[in-house]
Design a protein around this ligand. Sequence first.
Ligand code: PA5
Length: 459
Amino acid sequence: MKATRQILKVDWHSVMDRRLGRHRLTSKDVSGLTSRVRSLIASVERERKTGLHRYRNLPHDAVMRQAVEDFAKSLSRKADNLVVLGIGGSALGNIALQTALNSPQYNLLSRAERGGPRLFVMDNVDPMHFAAMMEFVGGELPRTIFNVISKSGETAETASQFLIVQNWLVRKLGARRAAQQIVATTDAKSGTLRSIVEKNGYASLPVPDGVGGRFSVLSAVGLFSAAMCGIDIRSLLKGAADMDRLVRNPDWRRNPAAQLAIVNYLYYRRGQVMSVMMPYSNALYGLADWYRQLWAESLGKRFDATGKKEVFAGPTPIKALGTTDQHSQVQLYREGPNDKLITFLEVERFDRDVRIPHGSSDAPALAYLGGATLGQLLNAEKRATEMALLESERPCLTIRFPQINAYTVGQFIYLMEATTTLMGRLLGIDPYDQPGVELGKKITYHLMGRPGYEKMPRG
Ligand code: PA5
Protein backbone atom coordinates (compact mmCIF):
# COMPACT_ATOMS: atom_id res chain seq x y z
CA MET A 1 0.00 0.00 0.00
CA LYS A 2 1.42 3.39 -0.96
CA ALA A 3 2.03 5.36 2.26
CA THR A 4 0.42 8.55 0.94
CA ARG A 5 -2.88 6.73 0.29
CA GLN A 6 -3.09 5.68 3.87
CA ILE A 7 -5.68 8.05 5.24
CA LEU A 8 -6.97 7.73 8.82
CA LYS A 9 -10.64 7.02 9.14
CA VAL A 10 -12.96 8.24 11.84
CA ASP A 11 -15.60 5.55 12.24
CA TRP A 12 -18.30 7.17 14.36
CA HIS A 13 -21.18 4.99 13.18
CA SER A 14 -21.46 3.07 16.43
CA VAL A 15 -22.65 6.22 18.21
CA MET A 16 -25.86 5.74 16.21
CA ASP A 17 -26.15 2.05 17.11
CA ARG A 18 -29.59 1.13 18.46
CA ARG A 19 -28.00 -0.86 21.26
CA LEU A 20 -27.06 2.47 22.87
CA GLY A 21 -30.74 3.09 23.70
CA ARG A 22 -31.22 6.61 25.01
CA HIS A 23 -27.45 7.20 24.77
CA ARG A 24 -27.57 6.91 21.02
CA LEU A 25 -27.02 9.94 18.79
CA THR A 26 -29.61 10.48 16.08
CA SER A 27 -29.23 12.19 12.71
CA LYS A 28 -31.32 14.98 14.19
CA ASP A 29 -28.82 15.46 17.05
CA VAL A 30 -26.00 15.70 14.55
CA SER A 31 -27.77 17.94 12.09
CA GLY A 32 -28.60 20.32 14.95
CA LEU A 33 -24.90 21.12 15.16
CA THR A 34 -23.65 20.91 11.60
CA SER A 35 -24.34 24.48 10.46
CA ARG A 36 -22.63 25.82 13.59
CA VAL A 37 -19.61 23.61 12.91
CA ARG A 38 -19.55 24.66 9.25
CA SER A 39 -19.35 28.32 10.23
CA LEU A 40 -16.70 27.59 12.88
CA ILE A 41 -14.55 25.86 10.26
CA ALA A 42 -14.94 28.88 8.00
CA SER A 43 -14.07 31.33 10.77
CA VAL A 44 -10.97 29.32 11.75
CA GLU A 45 -9.84 29.45 8.10
CA ARG A 46 -10.41 33.21 8.01
CA GLU A 47 -8.56 33.70 11.28
CA ARG A 48 -5.60 31.66 10.04
CA LYS A 49 -5.01 34.40 7.48
CA THR A 50 -4.81 36.98 10.25
CA GLY A 51 -2.13 35.07 12.18
CA LEU A 52 -4.28 33.06 14.59
CA HIS A 53 -4.05 29.24 14.98
CA ARG A 54 -0.39 29.37 13.93
CA TYR A 55 0.22 25.70 14.66
CA ARG A 56 -1.87 25.04 11.54
CA ASN A 57 0.93 26.34 9.31
CA LEU A 58 3.69 24.12 10.72
CA PRO A 59 3.31 21.23 8.23
CA HIS A 60 3.81 23.68 5.37
CA ASP A 61 6.99 25.26 6.73
CA ALA A 62 9.62 23.73 4.44
CA VAL A 63 12.32 26.13 5.63
CA MET A 64 11.91 25.03 9.22
CA ARG A 65 11.86 21.35 8.19
CA GLN A 66 15.03 21.71 6.15
CA ALA A 67 16.83 23.53 8.98
CA VAL A 68 15.91 20.76 11.44
CA GLU A 69 16.93 18.02 9.01
CA ASP A 70 20.29 19.63 8.23
CA PHE A 71 21.06 20.29 11.85
CA ALA A 72 20.08 16.78 12.94
CA LYS A 73 22.19 15.30 10.15
CA SER A 74 25.23 17.26 11.23
CA LEU A 75 24.87 16.12 14.86
CA SER A 76 23.41 12.63 14.68
CA ARG A 77 26.66 10.86 13.85
CA LYS A 78 28.48 12.61 16.67
CA ALA A 79 26.03 11.48 19.35
CA ASP A 80 25.37 8.20 21.12
CA ASN A 81 22.83 9.77 23.47
CA LEU A 82 20.30 12.56 23.07
CA VAL A 83 18.75 13.83 26.29
CA VAL A 84 15.71 16.08 26.00
CA LEU A 85 15.27 18.47 28.93
CA GLY A 86 11.72 19.80 28.95
CA ILE A 87 8.27 19.26 30.35
CA GLY A 88 4.63 19.19 29.21
CA GLY A 89 4.29 20.42 25.64
CA SER A 90 8.08 20.53 25.43
CA ALA A 91 8.42 16.79 26.05
CA LEU A 92 5.24 14.78 25.48
CA GLY A 93 5.30 15.10 21.69
CA ASN A 94 8.90 13.88 21.60
CA ILE A 95 7.97 10.83 23.65
CA ALA A 96 4.89 10.17 21.52
CA LEU A 97 6.82 10.26 18.23
CA GLN A 98 9.56 8.02 19.54
CA THR A 99 7.07 5.53 21.00
CA ALA A 100 4.99 5.42 17.83
CA LEU A 101 7.71 5.30 15.23
CA ASN A 102 10.76 3.59 16.69
CA SER A 103 11.15 0.14 18.16
CA PRO A 104 10.21 -0.21 21.84
CA GLN A 105 13.72 -1.66 22.25
CA TYR A 106 15.33 1.30 20.42
CA ASN A 107 17.64 2.34 23.28
CA LEU A 108 18.80 -1.24 23.75
CA LEU A 109 19.88 -1.72 20.15
CA SER A 110 23.46 -1.27 18.95
CA ARG A 111 24.49 2.07 17.41
CA ALA A 112 24.42 0.55 13.93
CA GLU A 113 20.96 -0.97 14.45
CA ARG A 114 19.57 2.27 15.88
CA GLY A 115 21.07 4.55 13.27
CA GLY A 116 20.83 7.45 15.73
CA PRO A 117 21.53 8.26 19.36
CA ARG A 118 19.62 6.70 22.26
CA LEU A 119 16.83 9.01 23.38
CA PHE A 120 15.99 10.02 26.94
CA VAL A 121 13.18 12.52 27.53
CA MET A 122 13.20 13.78 31.12
CA ASP A 123 9.71 15.39 31.47
CA ASN A 124 10.05 15.57 35.27
CA VAL A 125 12.32 16.53 38.13
CA ASP A 126 12.16 13.22 39.94
CA PRO A 127 15.67 13.07 41.44
CA MET A 128 16.05 9.29 41.08
CA HIS A 129 14.96 9.37 37.47
CA PHE A 130 17.30 12.25 36.67
CA ALA A 131 20.25 10.79 38.59
CA ALA A 132 19.82 7.49 36.76
CA MET A 133 20.04 9.30 33.42
CA MET A 134 23.18 11.13 34.58
CA GLU A 135 24.74 7.90 35.72
CA PHE A 136 23.98 6.22 32.42
CA VAL A 137 25.23 8.93 30.06
CA GLY A 138 28.02 10.07 32.42
CA GLY A 139 30.57 7.70 30.91
CA GLU A 140 29.78 8.97 27.41
CA LEU A 141 29.42 12.70 28.03
CA PRO A 142 31.44 13.87 25.00
CA ARG A 143 29.04 11.84 22.83
CA THR A 144 25.87 13.07 24.54
CA ILE A 145 23.78 15.96 23.23
CA PHE A 146 21.39 17.76 25.58
CA ASN A 147 18.42 19.40 23.88
CA VAL A 148 16.87 21.84 26.34
CA ILE A 149 13.38 22.80 25.19
CA SER A 150 11.50 25.67 26.76
CA LYS A 151 9.49 28.32 25.00
CA SER A 152 9.52 30.64 28.01
CA GLY A 153 12.85 29.57 29.46
CA GLU A 154 11.26 30.20 32.87
CA THR A 155 9.78 26.80 33.61
CA ALA A 156 11.24 25.74 36.98
CA GLU A 157 11.50 22.06 36.08
CA THR A 158 13.32 22.59 32.79
CA ALA A 159 15.46 25.39 34.24
CA SER A 160 16.69 23.14 37.07
CA GLN A 161 17.38 20.25 34.71
CA PHE A 162 19.34 22.63 32.51
CA LEU A 163 21.32 24.26 35.36
CA ILE A 164 22.40 20.82 36.58
CA VAL A 165 23.47 19.69 33.11
CA GLN A 166 25.23 22.92 32.19
CA ASN A 167 27.25 22.94 35.39
CA TRP A 168 28.08 19.23 35.00
CA LEU A 169 29.22 19.63 31.40
CA VAL A 170 31.40 22.65 32.18
CA ARG A 171 33.02 20.82 35.12
CA LYS A 172 33.69 17.68 33.12
CA LEU A 173 34.47 19.05 29.67
CA GLY A 174 35.24 22.74 30.08
CA ALA A 175 33.09 25.64 28.89
CA ARG A 176 34.06 25.49 25.20
CA ARG A 177 33.38 21.81 24.77
CA ALA A 178 30.25 22.01 26.95
CA ALA A 179 28.79 24.55 24.52
CA GLN A 180 29.03 22.00 21.73
CA GLN A 181 26.93 19.48 23.67
CA ILE A 182 23.93 21.78 24.17
CA VAL A 183 21.15 22.56 21.72
CA ALA A 184 18.46 24.93 22.95
CA THR A 185 14.97 25.04 21.46
CA THR A 186 13.35 28.26 22.56
CA ASP A 187 11.75 31.52 21.52
CA ALA A 188 13.69 32.98 18.59
CA LYS A 189 14.01 36.45 20.06
CA SER A 190 13.31 36.78 23.75
CA GLY A 191 13.20 34.99 27.08
CA THR A 192 15.61 33.71 29.69
CA LEU A 193 16.80 30.70 27.70
CA ARG A 194 17.33 32.84 24.59
CA SER A 195 19.65 35.16 26.54
CA ILE A 196 21.57 32.15 27.93
CA VAL A 197 21.97 30.91 24.34
CA GLU A 198 23.29 34.26 23.14
CA LYS A 199 25.68 34.62 26.07
CA ASN A 200 27.18 31.14 25.74
CA GLY A 201 27.04 30.68 21.99
CA TYR A 202 24.85 27.57 22.14
CA ALA A 203 23.29 26.19 19.00
CA SER A 204 19.57 26.80 18.93
CA LEU A 205 16.34 26.07 17.15
CA PRO A 206 13.27 28.30 17.29
CA VAL A 207 9.91 27.64 18.94
CA PRO A 208 7.66 29.40 16.42
CA ASP A 209 5.94 32.54 17.51
CA GLY A 210 2.31 32.09 18.52
CA VAL A 211 2.52 28.30 18.86
CA GLY A 212 1.84 27.04 22.39
CA GLY A 213 3.77 24.10 23.85
CA ARG A 214 1.06 21.49 23.43
CA PHE A 215 0.56 22.46 19.78
CA SER A 216 4.29 22.51 18.98
CA VAL A 217 5.19 18.89 18.26
CA LEU A 218 5.34 19.53 14.51
CA SER A 219 7.87 22.36 15.01
CA ALA A 220 11.55 22.03 15.95
CA VAL A 221 10.29 21.15 19.46
CA GLY A 222 9.27 17.65 18.39
CA LEU A 223 11.00 17.32 15.05
CA PHE A 224 14.62 17.66 16.16
CA SER A 225 14.72 14.62 18.45
CA ALA A 226 12.64 12.69 15.91
CA ALA A 227 15.04 13.48 13.06
CA MET A 228 18.05 12.67 15.24
CA CYS A 229 16.54 9.25 15.93
CA GLY A 230 15.90 8.44 12.28
CA ILE A 231 12.19 9.28 12.07
CA ASP A 232 11.05 10.39 8.63
CA ILE A 233 9.93 13.92 9.47
CA ARG A 234 9.09 14.68 5.85
CA SER A 235 6.42 11.97 5.85
CA LEU A 236 5.24 13.11 9.25
CA LEU A 237 4.72 16.66 7.98
CA LYS A 238 3.22 15.40 4.71
CA GLY A 239 0.66 13.44 6.72
CA ALA A 240 -0.17 16.57 8.72
CA ALA A 241 -0.40 18.70 5.56
CA ASP A 242 -2.75 16.20 3.92
CA MET A 243 -4.89 16.17 7.05
CA ASP A 244 -4.95 19.98 6.90
CA ARG A 245 -6.71 19.69 3.54
CA LEU A 246 -9.33 17.37 5.05
CA VAL A 247 -10.04 19.38 8.18
CA ARG A 248 -10.58 22.57 6.18
CA ASN A 249 -13.55 21.04 4.43
CA PRO A 250 -16.75 22.84 5.47
CA ASP A 251 -18.77 19.67 4.85
CA TRP A 252 -18.70 17.75 8.15
CA ARG A 253 -19.29 14.45 6.34
CA ARG A 254 -15.87 14.79 4.72
CA ASN A 255 -14.12 16.45 7.61
CA PRO A 256 -12.82 14.06 10.32
CA ALA A 257 -12.12 16.87 12.83
CA ALA A 258 -15.70 18.11 12.44
CA GLN A 259 -16.99 14.58 13.03
CA LEU A 260 -14.88 14.12 16.16
CA ALA A 261 -15.82 17.54 17.51
CA ILE A 262 -19.54 17.00 16.88
CA VAL A 263 -19.61 13.61 18.58
CA ASN A 264 -17.45 14.73 21.50
CA TYR A 265 -19.40 17.92 22.05
CA LEU A 266 -22.83 16.27 21.87
CA TYR A 267 -21.82 13.63 24.40
CA TYR A 268 -20.13 16.16 26.66
CA ARG A 269 -23.38 18.10 26.81
CA ARG A 270 -25.29 14.91 27.63
CA GLY A 271 -23.07 14.04 30.60
CA GLN A 272 -20.41 11.85 28.98
CA VAL A 273 -17.80 14.21 30.41
CA MET A 274 -14.96 11.67 30.46
CA SER A 275 -13.11 11.18 27.23
CA VAL A 276 -11.21 7.90 27.11
CA MET A 277 -8.65 7.36 24.36
CA MET A 278 -7.88 3.68 24.09
CA PRO A 279 -5.36 2.57 21.48
CA TYR A 280 -5.17 -1.12 20.67
CA SER A 281 -1.47 -0.70 20.03
CA ASN A 282 1.42 -0.09 22.43
CA ALA A 283 3.05 2.14 19.80
CA LEU A 284 0.10 4.54 19.91
CA TYR A 285 -0.06 4.77 23.70
CA GLY A 286 2.35 7.73 23.80
CA LEU A 287 0.02 9.58 21.45
CA ALA A 288 -2.86 8.97 23.87
CA ASP A 289 -0.70 10.55 26.58
CA TRP A 290 0.11 13.50 24.32
CA TYR A 291 -3.62 13.89 23.55
CA ARG A 292 -4.42 13.83 27.28
CA GLN A 293 -2.38 17.00 27.77
CA LEU A 294 -3.66 18.62 24.58
CA TRP A 295 -7.28 18.07 25.53
CA ALA A 296 -6.93 18.89 29.27
CA GLU A 297 -4.88 22.09 29.06
CA SER A 298 -6.74 23.37 26.02
CA LEU A 299 -10.32 22.66 27.03
CA GLY A 300 -10.36 22.72 30.82
CA LYS A 301 -11.32 26.34 31.48
CA ARG A 302 -13.06 28.30 34.23
CA PHE A 303 -14.04 31.25 32.04
CA ASP A 304 -15.47 31.54 28.56
CA ALA A 305 -13.48 33.14 25.74
CA THR A 306 -14.53 36.64 26.80
CA GLY A 307 -12.93 35.98 30.19
CA LYS A 308 -16.08 37.23 31.92
CA LYS A 309 -18.46 34.32 32.32
CA GLU A 310 -17.66 31.34 34.53
CA VAL A 311 -18.24 28.11 32.59
CA PHE A 312 -16.02 25.48 34.27
CA ALA A 313 -15.78 23.63 30.96
CA GLY A 314 -13.83 20.64 29.77
CA PRO A 315 -14.10 16.90 29.27
CA THR A 316 -11.61 14.88 31.33
CA PRO A 317 -9.23 13.00 29.03
CA ILE A 318 -8.21 9.52 30.12
CA LYS A 319 -5.77 7.17 28.44
CA ALA A 320 -6.22 3.44 28.41
CA LEU A 321 -4.48 0.65 26.52
CA GLY A 322 -6.13 -2.27 24.77
CA THR A 323 -6.07 -5.10 25.61
CA THR A 324 -4.14 -4.39 28.83
CA ASP A 325 -6.86 -2.21 30.33
CA GLN A 326 -9.61 -4.69 29.52
CA HIS A 327 -8.21 -6.35 32.63
CA SER A 328 -8.17 -3.09 34.59
CA GLN A 329 -10.64 -0.44 33.35
CA VAL A 330 -13.34 -2.06 31.23
CA GLN A 331 -15.29 -3.34 34.24
CA LEU A 332 -15.73 0.32 35.25
CA TYR A 333 -16.40 1.49 31.71
CA ARG A 334 -19.23 -1.05 31.30
CA GLU A 335 -20.80 -1.04 34.73
CA GLY A 336 -19.77 2.21 36.39
CA PRO A 337 -21.33 5.61 35.69
CA ASN A 338 -22.28 6.15 32.06
CA ASP A 339 -20.15 9.30 31.84
CA LYS A 340 -17.55 8.27 29.24
CA LEU A 341 -17.09 8.50 25.51
CA ILE A 342 -14.51 5.95 24.44
CA THR A 343 -12.36 6.60 21.38
CA PHE A 344 -10.55 3.50 20.20
CA LEU A 345 -7.43 3.72 18.05
CA GLU A 346 -7.28 0.67 15.82
CA VAL A 347 -4.51 -0.48 13.47
CA GLU A 348 -5.59 -2.32 10.33
CA ARG A 349 -2.24 -3.77 9.41
CA PHE A 350 0.64 -4.32 11.83
CA ASP A 351 4.10 -4.19 10.26
CA ARG A 352 5.09 -7.19 12.29
CA ASP A 353 2.91 -9.97 13.53
CA VAL A 354 3.47 -13.14 15.51
CA ARG A 355 1.67 -16.38 14.84
CA ILE A 356 0.33 -18.44 17.72
CA PRO A 357 1.34 -22.08 17.28
CA HIS A 358 -1.18 -24.90 17.24
CA GLY A 359 -1.26 -26.07 20.84
CA SER A 360 -0.32 -29.48 22.04
CA SER A 361 -3.06 -32.07 22.35
CA ASP A 362 -3.00 -31.80 26.17
CA ALA A 363 -4.59 -28.31 26.04
CA PRO A 364 -7.72 -28.68 23.86
CA ALA A 365 -9.26 -25.63 25.55
CA LEU A 366 -6.62 -23.44 23.89
CA ALA A 367 -6.84 -25.02 20.44
CA TYR A 368 -8.96 -22.13 19.09
CA LEU A 369 -5.95 -19.81 19.32
CA GLY A 370 -3.71 -22.01 17.19
CA GLY A 371 -2.82 -20.56 13.80
CA ALA A 372 -4.13 -17.07 14.57
CA THR A 373 -1.80 -14.10 14.96
CA LEU A 374 -1.43 -11.74 17.91
CA GLY A 375 -2.60 -8.92 15.62
CA GLN A 376 -5.80 -10.82 14.87
CA LEU A 377 -6.36 -11.47 18.55
CA LEU A 378 -5.72 -7.82 19.46
CA ASN A 379 -8.20 -6.54 16.88
CA ALA A 380 -10.78 -9.21 17.73
CA GLU A 381 -10.55 -8.06 21.36
CA LYS A 382 -11.03 -4.47 20.26
CA ARG A 383 -14.20 -5.39 18.39
CA ALA A 384 -15.36 -7.53 21.30
CA THR A 385 -14.86 -4.67 23.76
CA GLU A 386 -16.70 -2.29 21.46
CA MET A 387 -19.66 -4.67 21.19
CA ALA A 388 -19.68 -5.30 24.93
CA LEU A 389 -19.70 -1.55 25.57
CA LEU A 390 -22.57 -1.03 23.14
CA GLU A 391 -24.55 -3.76 24.88
CA SER A 392 -24.18 -1.69 28.07
CA GLU A 393 -25.25 1.48 26.23
CA ARG A 394 -21.73 2.96 26.46
CA PRO A 395 -20.91 5.21 23.48
CA CYS A 396 -17.70 4.67 21.56
CA LEU A 397 -16.09 5.41 18.21
CA THR A 398 -12.91 4.40 16.39
CA ILE A 399 -10.06 6.20 14.69
CA ARG A 400 -8.56 3.67 12.32
CA PHE A 401 -4.90 3.71 11.25
CA PRO A 402 -4.33 1.73 8.01
CA GLN A 403 -0.78 1.24 9.33
CA ILE A 404 1.47 2.96 11.85
CA ASN A 405 4.04 5.09 10.07
CA ALA A 406 5.24 8.69 10.04
CA TYR A 407 2.60 9.62 7.47
CA THR A 408 -0.38 8.35 9.50
CA VAL A 409 1.04 9.62 12.81
CA GLY A 410 1.42 13.09 11.25
CA GLN A 411 -2.24 12.93 10.21
CA PHE A 412 -3.33 11.88 13.69
CA ILE A 413 -1.46 14.70 15.42
CA TYR A 414 -2.92 17.32 13.12
CA LEU A 415 -6.38 15.80 13.33
CA MET A 416 -6.42 15.95 17.11
CA GLU A 417 -5.07 19.50 17.16
CA ALA A 418 -7.70 20.71 14.69
CA THR A 419 -10.40 18.88 16.68
CA THR A 420 -9.20 20.62 19.83
CA THR A 421 -9.59 24.03 18.17
CA LEU A 422 -13.14 23.18 17.07
CA MET A 423 -14.05 21.75 20.47
CA GLY A 424 -12.71 24.91 22.09
CA ARG A 425 -14.93 26.98 19.85
CA LEU A 426 -17.98 24.81 20.52
CA LEU A 427 -17.39 25.10 24.25
CA GLY A 428 -16.91 28.85 23.86
CA ILE A 429 -13.50 28.89 25.54
CA ASP A 430 -9.97 29.88 24.50
CA PRO A 431 -8.10 26.63 23.76
CA TYR A 432 -4.69 28.31 23.60
CA ASP A 433 -4.18 29.66 27.12
CA GLN A 434 -3.63 27.84 30.44
CA PRO A 435 -4.26 30.33 33.27
CA GLY A 436 -5.08 27.53 35.69
CA VAL A 437 -1.46 26.40 35.96
CA GLU A 438 -0.08 29.82 36.93
CA LEU A 439 -0.93 29.86 40.63
CA GLY A 440 0.83 26.55 41.28
CA LYS A 441 3.93 27.92 39.55
CA LYS A 442 3.86 31.07 41.70
CA ILE A 443 3.43 29.10 44.92
CA THR A 444 6.42 26.97 43.87
CA TYR A 445 8.45 30.19 43.44
CA HIS A 446 7.35 31.23 46.94
CA LEU A 447 8.27 27.85 48.44
CA MET A 448 11.64 27.85 46.64
CA GLY A 449 12.48 31.40 47.79
CA ARG A 450 12.35 33.28 44.49
CA PRO A 451 12.73 37.05 45.05
CA GLY A 452 9.44 38.86 44.51
CA TYR A 453 7.42 35.91 45.83
CA GLU A 454 8.06 36.36 49.58
CA LYS A 455 4.32 36.44 50.35
CA MET A 456 2.25 33.32 49.68
CA PRO A 457 0.53 34.07 46.34
CA ARG A 458 -3.27 33.70 46.26
CA GLY A 459 -5.84 33.66 43.53
O1 PA5 B 1 1.34 23.37 26.50
C1 PA5 B 1 1.90 24.20 27.20
O2 PA5 B 1 1.91 25.41 26.92
C2 PA5 B 1 2.66 23.77 28.43
O3 PA5 B 1 2.46 22.43 28.71
C3 PA5 B 1 4.15 24.03 28.26
O4 PA5 B 1 4.61 23.30 27.15
C4 PA5 B 1 4.94 23.61 29.49
O5 PA5 B 1 4.44 24.28 30.62
C5 PA5 B 1 6.42 23.97 29.32
O6 PA5 B 1 6.56 25.34 29.01
P1 PA5 B 1 7.91 25.91 28.42
O7 PA5 B 1 8.12 25.35 27.06
O8 PA5 B 1 7.71 27.41 28.37
O9 PA5 B 1 9.02 25.50 29.34
